[in-house]
Design a protein around this ligand. Structure first.
Ligand code: ZN
Length: 131
């Protein structure tokens, strides 16, 4: 069975599309953080950033840049956020890049759990050695 984003990519489900070409699509999120909240997806069913070809990733990043310019013109926001959740934190199981305008009083943010985590050079080295 196709996921909802594959259905949108194949026009089986309607979305308010702002951009489409042969490999990617951008449309309004149906549960927006702010008006103008856009999702950019690859048409192919892929999940994580490290499964996506450089060419495809770049096309989505380039589109995010163009969308930010458009959002600035349309909404004159105080800023913008671009974010992407992977693995179990991608609730649809299909890669999507969020792009949305931001305002200082919009209430959006991440929460601090208060837990302590290692940010030492030792932690940096574990990642560095696997690059
Ligand atoms: Zn899919």
């Amino acid at each position: 069975a196709m996921c909802d984003f594959c259905k949108i990519a194949s026009h089986e489900i309607n979305a308010n599309i702002v951009y489409e070409d042969e490999s990617i699509m951008a449309f309004l999120d149906y549960e927006p953080i702010n008006e103008g909240h856009i999702l950019i997806i690859p048409k192919e069913h892929l999940l994580d950033i490290d499964e996506i070809s450089d060419k495809l990733l770049y096309s989505m990043l380039d589109l995010s840049k163009r969308i930010v310019s458009s959002l600035k013109k349309v909404y004159s926001p105080e800023g913008y956020t671009i974010m992407q959740n992977g693995g179990a934190f991608n609730d649809l199981g299909h890669y999507h890049l969020h792009v949305f305008p931001r305002y200082k009083d919009d209430g959006f943010g991440w929460t601090d759990s208060g837990m302590q985590h290692d940010c030492s050079m030792e932690a940096a080295l574990k990642i560095k050695e696997n690059l």
